[in-house]
Design a protein around this ligand. Sequence first.
Ligand SMILES: NC(=O)c1ccc[n+]([C@@H]2O[C@H](COP(=O)([O-])OP(=O)(O)OC[C@H]3O[C@@H](n4cnc5c(N)ncnc54)[C@H](O)[C@@H]3O)[C@@H](O)[C@H]2O)c1
Length: 366
Amino acid sequence: MVNNLVDLNLFGGAYKNTRVLVTGDTGFKGAWLVKWLEMMGADICGYAQDYISLPNHHKLLNLKYHTIIADVNDFDFLLKTIDEFKPQIIFHLAAQALVRQSYKQPLTTFQTNIMGTANILEASRLSNCVKAVVNITSDKCYQNNEWVWGYKETDAMGGFDPYSASKGCSELITSSYRNAFGSDEFLIASCRAGNVIGGGDWAEDRLIPDMIKALQSGKTTIIRSPQSTRPWQHVLEPLSGYLLVGQKLLASQKNFAEGWNFGPSSLSQISVAKISSMLKDLWNFKIEFKPDCDAPHEACLLKLDCAKANTFLHWYPIWDINKTLSATVQWYKTYMQENKILTAQQIADYVADARNLKMTWCCDEA
Ligand SMILES: NC(=O)c1ccc[n+]([C@@H]2O[C@H](COP(=O)([O-])OP(=O)(O)OC[C@H]3O[C@@H](n4cnc5c(N)ncnc54)[C@H](O)[C@@H]3O)[C@@H](O)[C@H]2O)c1
């Protein structure tokens, strides 16, 4: 059955009946993650802010677990939530996740992304139940040198704009907690992924959501940074990496309590112009390239080196850029034309493709 993956023993069965707290579950990535966790039999609690606008993927999924609508900046309430739910693992995704928004609201961005991370780690440390924390940061945490090479986990943290700097700081806090307070019973990792795409994203100032919204209202999408290169990947790709790292931490494998890159193959690291033209071939999007000279600074060239995840986690991307784009367009088309949500089906398809490729996280052994 497409909604139930329990018998497949994915990630060594690490999530079956495991208590998992997901912050930011009402967001784009969070909704896909909680759906996948639900399909693997996890006992989930969400912690996020309410939907900013509708439609919202999380709401459309109509999931049965409890989401607490609260602020990661409210330390006392966070601690109380953790004390009551007693998660074994936390996936921390709650963030102000948009670069342009960070120019408008730098303090909120710093508060949520930096102190929010510290609050999660401190509340986890004080609890006697949290065994593992997986902090989700970004490829933008690295000091961007606008070079052609992919950033490695050992490269310097940095960040020109407030969002990127907040993610660099979130990484530094994560490694400080790991160094100062990590133990065999309390393992902390961080994950850095690229530009994530897939169905169900309606955020502002992101390429595909902007194209979908323009299509719905018969407008043309203005492409403001056509020459920027990004590591595009389907949302399920980094999620498989996060879940794999979580599995290792839950199994007390402390060598995995580190930072990890989860990016696409180099063929998917393409320009905004190229990806928007490829999308135009799949649906009747109208696009116009009009570079915006007054736009706030954003990195131009951004690539991730994933040799560490390939070597030590045996993690690899499953879907190439063509499959990633066709699955994304298919998700929105099915929602807009048939009012159907393909999320569970696409997770099952992704898992089937990963099993065909014999990915280690799909093998049956615990
Ligand atoms: N989407 C991408 O392309 C991408 C790329 C790299 C990294 N990331 C990172 O992945 C994570 C998830 O990103 P997303 O695309 O799902 O973002 P999103 O904006 O869709 O969702 C953000 C989530 O965080 C919650 N949140 C925001 N402020 C909060 C607060 N103060 N207290 C509690 N919850 C709060 C929101 O309610 C929402 O659930 C973020 O950390 C983001 O920085 C995203």
